[in-house]
Write a protein that binds this ligand. Structure first.
Ligand SMILES: [Fe+2]
Length: 205
């Protein structure tokens, strides 16, 4: 696996240095550790598998940590670089349907940013067939199975400390102001039943 490049160098209110430390060092580090773990797993002794301690157990747990660290960061970075503000298109329809209003979703998502120790995730739960906000305190804890990731906000201190010190609430405002709603809408169109692009519709067959 290779790191995905950033689509931008800096954002309104999030500096180039903040982003490069976050992307080029921290995120890239998860990619290289994932590769290292996969390599180590290829010749692990399966007969020594043990639930208290074994190489297979430890490597597999850290593989989940590293891989979620990679994926969450990619959704985070790729979801920024836009103009923020009010969403439009299918994501707007879904948010209003499932949260009552854009404002109600926005208020909860931002408040969760002050509750989470790691991540806030807007996801589409395929079993419930609706959008929900979730939080994760570490990469491999708090994720909900059978849910499509739609929007991710990193609230670890490393994501804002260079620019904002301990003022997380100011960072959250800037995060919201830089959301790329076009990217979010493409995630909806590519993954949520009923919202595919018209060109791919097969109705009437
Ligand atoms: Fe991060």
């Amino acid at each position: 696996m290779e790191p995905k490049p950033l689509k931008y160098k800096s954002l309104d209110g999030i500096s180039e240095r903040q982003l490069s430390e976050h992307h080029d060092v921290l995120y890239a580090g998860y990619v290289s550790k994932y590769n290292e773990i996969e390599q180590s797993l290829s010749d692990v002794d399966l007969k020594a598998s043990n639930a208290t301690y074994s190489e297979l157990r430890e490597l597999t747990i850290e593989k989940g940590f590293a891989l979620n660290g990679v994926k969450l960061h990619e959704y985070y970075f790729d979801g920024l670089g836009g103009q923020g503000g009010e969403p439009s298109g299918p994501i707007s329809e879904l948010i209003v349907r499932d949260f009552g209003s854009i404002e109600a979703w926005n208020d909860q998502f931002k408040a969760l940013g002050m509750s989470a120790r790691g991540w806030v995730v807007l996801g589409y739960n395929y079993d419930l067939q609706k959008l929900q906000n979730y939080i994760c305190d570490v990469h491999n804890q708090g994720g909900i199975w059978n849910t499509m990731t739609i929007l991710v906000m990193d609230v670890y201190e490393h994501s804002y400390f260079i620019d904002y010190g301990v003022k997380r609430v100011d960072y959250i405002d800037k995060y919201m102001a830089n959301i790329d709603w076009e990217e979010v809408n493409s995630r909806v169109r590519n993954n949520i039943p009923g919202y595919q692009d018209n060109t791919n519709e097969q109705k009437g067959e």
